[in-house]
Write a protein that binds this ligand. Structure first.
Ligand SMILES: [Zn+2]
Length: 463
């Protein structure tokens, strides 16, 4: 009997808009004095009317488009009812059946893990690609925060409403993930993507990115009859460990002929294991989650209607996305996938590389040499110029003996007769190409100035 993991993820991201989702209070709540950033709207006082934040809507569409989603031309907000002290209105304004964005995807590198299980449960992929389908991207308001403290020797629960009403985007995947490595890769890619879009800082320690995983095991490829939800995972590492722990735990139960109960579990960092959440509040909350939230359309906010032109205008704001950038780097600079992955890890490192390539062109340093220097970086470089200068110094130290350089020149001239003819036909750009080839042979260690001089001598003499 084979068991294969079936995992879906929910990623919550707080947008870094200036104001909250439905009122003018500041959205930046972290570390602020409790209940200093509130108003009748986010305190849920009777009669207060919500006004949607346009920027938050635009940014949610931007995230959806970056994940190749369709934008719903018609969307709306709904009330999701449940009772909990952090929710002043008794309902959360969220989106139910008409979310802003649907049906997207994100492609992962095919991991061994996913290959192993692909025959059984791989549903969303094609051509060996590991494609995770995005079910929806919707917008809602964040809740307040409970603080458990001791006041005058008594244990109390306090509520801070500074976070109440902060715009919160929820990204929900289909259950297309089949192991902890793929799950971690997925959330890392989402993290990078959203940071590149500049719409959230995705700081997990501050709670501006929060992860939940739905984990079950499929027996012989059949649909699992249960689902275990693990909440409050606040790092990539904990997500991975929680998944591995759940896979082992559920496998053991299934092997004994039992079906793991459908439940919500938490993660204990100290014990390095998941645990059933049994506190009174959570029990009450999960009971209500299992039942109906009594969703109905938010009567105080008109439906949202987007024209094709409006959606195109937002699409036009998409920056070059990590996957597009990686493909361009591989092609334009002739780099290996492993090198591209490192260089495009952050927008900053990609930009650093491209600036260094530009700087390096002036002294005939090929991009591959710059890439290698960045990947094997043993020292910090202040800026791209600093890196290029360092490589040049190395160059001067290494290969500036004329015999070696003349050997490189001979090899290149023999191999590239067309460029040599071009040079003789008064096409000066041919010399740049030949120098590039010599640098490639010398792994960028040839003295650029000397190569130029020797190459000219050599070409002139054979004219
Ligand atoms: Zn407010």
């Amino acid at each position: 009997m084979t068991y294969s993991p079936v995992i879906g993820l929910e990623v919550h991201v707080e947008l870094k808009t200036l104001s909250k989702m439905f009122c003018g209070c500041p959205a930046d709540h972290f570390g602020k004095k409790p209940n200093t950033q509130t108003c009748p709207v986010c305190l849920g006082l009777p009669g207060a009317l919500p006004v949607p934040n346009k920027k938050a809507i635009d940014w949610t569409l931007l995230i959806g488009l970056a994940l190749d989603c369709q934008v719903n031309h018609h969307s709306k907000f709904d009330r999701k009812h449940y009772f909990y002290p952090d929710l002043p209105k008794g309902y959360q304004i969220s989106q139910y059946d008409e979310p802003l964005c649907v049906n997207g995807h994100l492609t992962l590198s095919t991991s061994e893990e996913s290959k192993a299980t692909s025959e059984v449960t791989h549903s969303g992929s094609s051509d060996g690609e590991n494609r995770v389908r995005i079910n929806r991207v919707h917008l809602e308001e964040d809740t307040g925060k409970l603080i458990h403290a001791e006041v005058d020797g008594e244990k109390v629960s306090l509520v801070d409403f500074n976070r109440s009403g902060v715009p919160l985007v929820e990204i929900v995947t289909e259950a297309d993930i089949h192991g902890s490595a793929a799950a971690k890769e997925f959330v890392k890619k989402i993290h990078q993507l959203i940071r590149d879009l500049g719409v959230s800082d995705c700081d997990m320690e501050k709670g501006s990115m929060r992860l939940e995983a739905n984990i079950s095991l499929s027996k012989d490829g059949t649909l699992p009859p249960y689902k275990v939800e693990v909440k409050n995972l606040n790092s990539f590492r904990f997500l991975g460990r929680a998944i591995d722990y759940e896979i082992a735990r559920q496998k053991e139960l299934l092997t004994r002929g039992q079906t793991p109960p459908q439940e919500t579990r938490g993660w204990s960092e100290a014990k390095n294991q998941t645990f059933a959440q049994r506190s009174k509040e959570v029990a009450q909350r999960s009971k209500e989650e299992a039942q109906d939230y009594r969703y109905f359309p938010e009567p105080d906010i008109p439906p949202l209607v987007f024209s094709k032109e409006q959606i195109d205008a937002i699409r036009a704001k998409l920056p070059e996305l990590p996957q597009m950038k990686a493909a361009r780097f591989a092609k334009a600079y002739g780099l290996k996938p492993s090198v591209v992955t490192i260089l495009t890890k952050t927008q900053a490192s990609a930009a650093f590389f491209e600036a260094a390539v530009k700087e390096g062109q002036k002294v005939s340093l090929p991009p591959t040499v710059i890439a290698n220097a960045m990947v094997n970086q043993r020292q910090a470089f202040k800026n791209p110029e600093d890196l290029v200068r360092h490589l040049q110094t190395q160059t001067q130290e290494k290969v500036s003996d004329k015999i070696t350089l003349r050997q490189f020149i001979d090899q290149v001239i023999t191999a590239h007769t067309q460029a040599v003819s071009d040079f003789k036909a008064q096409k000066p750009q041919a010399i740049g190409f030949l120098i590039g080839q010599i640098q490639r042979l010398s792994h960028g260690k040839a003295d650029g100035k000397l190569v130029h001089q020797l190459l000219l001598e050599r070409l002139e003499s054979s004219r």
